[in-house]
Design a protein around this ligand. Structure first.
Ligand code: ADP
Length: 196
């Protein structure tokens, strides 16, 4: 008699990149479920630390509320802790990396773990649409980093510090561009298609 053992899943690392309000979080949830990946959102991890009042959370809160980035060193250590805990690296990273320094650290960390980036999905949305969405979300969720001034800062931080990742991953043949306007399901269909 034969017993069938499920074949072990191989490692997979997907990244979602896009400006604040592009819908990364929503797509991340769906994509992680569809591909059986663990979703790691640095924004969620940080908000947990803030809610629990840890030392890290206390250090991060002021920076987050101002719409600036938490230090690379702190973020990299937080992600390293999570990734090293995975038996097989099957993750969807949302909101990380956000700087080229973080991207380089991620490459090094993955190679230590015997994994590599599978693909990077860039969700593209126009600036006007983004502002409208974020202001709406501020009212719905009461996030303290969603007031207008802070949103403007976060947009600026994205274009200065995070947008350079587009060239970084394009140069490595990893980038897949997806239009982020439309219904959640429509965008998800596009995301799924570029990952085929
Ligand atoms: P959004 O998805 O709305 O762009 P996130 O929830 O990912 O925002 O992040 C909220 C805040 O947490 C950021 O504005 C920043 O202060 C901090 N943060 C999250 N991820 C990172 C990161 N990788 N590097 C530095 N700061 C981060």
């Amino acid at each position: 008699m034969t017993t069938s053992t499920p074949s072990p899943l191989s490692s997979e690392v997907l990244l979602l990149v896009g400006p604040p309000g592009a819908g990364k979080g929503t797509q991340a949830e769906k994509l992680a479920r569809a591909r059986r990946l663990k979703k790691l959102s640095t924004g969620d991890m940080l908000r947990d630390h803030v809610a629990q009042g840890t030392a890290l959370g206390q250090a991060a809160k002021t920076v987050m509320d101002a719409g600036e980035l938490v230090s690379d060193a702190l973020i990299i250590e937080m992600v390293r802790g999570e990734l090293s805990r995975q038996p097989t690296v099957r993750v969807l990273l949302d909101g990380f990396p956000r700087t080229v320094v973080q991207a380089e650290a991620l490459d090094a960390l993955l190679s230590e773990l015997g994994a590599a980036i599978t693909a990077v999905v860039l969700i593209e949305v126009s600036a006007d649409e983004l502002v409208a969405r974020i202001v709406k979300r501020a009212h719905e969720q009461g996030r303290t980093d969603d007031d207008e001034e802070t949103v403007r800062t976060r947009m600026q931080v994205y274009s200065d510090q995070t947008a350079p990742l587009i060239a970084y991953y394009e140069g490595r043949g990893k980038l897949r561009r997806v239009g982020g306007i439309g219904k959640v399901e429509e965008v998800f269909a596009r995301v799924s298609e570029v990952l085929l």
